[in-house]
Design a protein around this ligand. Structure first.
Ligand code: SF4
Ligand code: SF4
Length: 343
């Protein structure tokens, strides 16, 4: 019998699972793979953008997956498709990637957040570092936490209202504008030459994530808010088996979203990231699992494969629709850049 240092409860060490694939390992591997891929994408895109300053042709084509960093433009592309039945040819991949993320929330909870999004591992790394260095992280009182959590829904409401309440002529004018067409280049320049305010905001957010578990995802990310709301309809969820559970409290104590897993039979919260941290830390085999329709256990390896397959399928669909590339010639993009500078 051992004592859980975090809440003082007792648990049987002999019930620890026999050696098995650590449930969080597949997620860490997928996250690491995506981080390397994002690094490569950004370097390729920066080289391609720099080549536009010269008169010659770019050394390599624009890496289309960079559109994944444009969720707002992706939503606009989706709205364009809903309104016209056509995929808009510029930043088409942004719309497919957003669509894949929305479908993943319906099918696999917020797996996009904890497995694919680059902000999640940064945020997770920061609070774990904070916990190591300070011996703890901080949690706002319940009323303040609730109040702060409304911010991401307000931001989401504002964005959805802007995108989905545009008339079609307004939408057409927006997608044809340099503002939409150069959104990727503008974003790169924003981070390549950040203003003092931008740097201050980044430092402030990093400090918040260092002190409070997943502060950005919990309070401010509108994308996460949208995926969280859709995830409420998912048949997949964290389930606890009260017959196997020894009520040690580790699942609740280790949950980055502060969910009271030990007191639930099924976690229904929009805050659940499907991160497998509760499964990973549970000492009673099979007591807490991710399940589909409460029955079918989904091991983390299978979860990762399903998630990656969904994005691969969307990639193929985008290529099939002929929208997985940018149709603009470099001269056209150069002209738009001059136009935007003059605005
Ligand atoms: S489900 Fe939670 S409370 Fe129950 S044994 Fe596992 S970690 Fe402990
Ligand atoms: S309930 Fe489990 S899977 Fe969901 S966020 Fe908490 S630790 Fe992660």
């Amino acid at each position: 019998m051992s004592i859980n240092k975090e809440n003082g409860s007792r648990y049987h060490t002999r019930q620890r699972p026999s050696p098995r694939l650590p449930p969080m390992l597949p997620r860490y591997l997928v996250q690491a793979g995506f981080l390397v891929f994002y690094g490569w994408l950004i370097v390729q895109f920066a080289l391609w953008t720099a080549s536009l300053q010269t008169t010659g042709p770019p050394p390599s084509p624009r890496p289309v997956a960079i559109d994944g960093f444009l969720p707002y433009n992706g939503l606009v592309g989706l709205q364009y498709w809903l309104a016209s039945g056509e995929w808009y040819p510029v930043h088409g991949a942004a719309a497919f990637i957003v669509l894949a993320a929305l479908l993943s929330a319906l099918l696999l909870k917020r797996g996009f957040c904890s497995w694919v999004c680059p902000v999640f591992p940064l945020s997770e790394g920061l609070w774990r570092l904070g916990e190591k260095l300070m011996g703890r992280t901080f949690a706002p009182p319940f009323w303040l936490d609730l109040f702060l959590r409304t911010f991401k829904y307000l931001l989401l409401g504002f964005i959805l209202q802007r995108v989905f309440f545009m008339s079609f002529p307004q939408l057409q004018a927006y997608v044809d504008s340099s503002r939409h067409q150069l959104a990727d280049i503008r974003l790169l320049h924003f981070f390549q030459s950040p203003s003092t305010t931008t740097l201050l905001v980044i430092v402030l957010l990093a400090t918040a994530c260092f002190c409070i578990q997943m502060a950005w995802c919990r309070y401010l990310c509108p994308y996460g808010a949208l995926l969280g709301l859709l995830s409420l309809f998912s048949l997949v969820g964290v389930c606890r088996d009260p017959r196997r559970c020894i009520r040690c409290g580790l699942c609740s104590a280790k949950c980055p979203a502060w969910l009271p897993v030990m007191h639930k039979l099924r976690v229904r919260s929009p805050e659940c990231f499907a991160c497998y941290r509760c499964v990973h830390n549970c000492p009673a085999p099979g007591a807490v699992t991710l399940r589909a329709a409460r029955r079918l256990v989904i091991p983390s390896l299978l979860f990762g494969i399903l998630l990656l397959s969904l994005f691969a399928a969307m990639d193929l669909y985008g290529r099939f629709e002929g929208r997985w590339h940018d149709e603009r010639a470099p001269q056209e993009i150069r002209r738009q850049m001059v136009e935007l500078k003059q605005e």
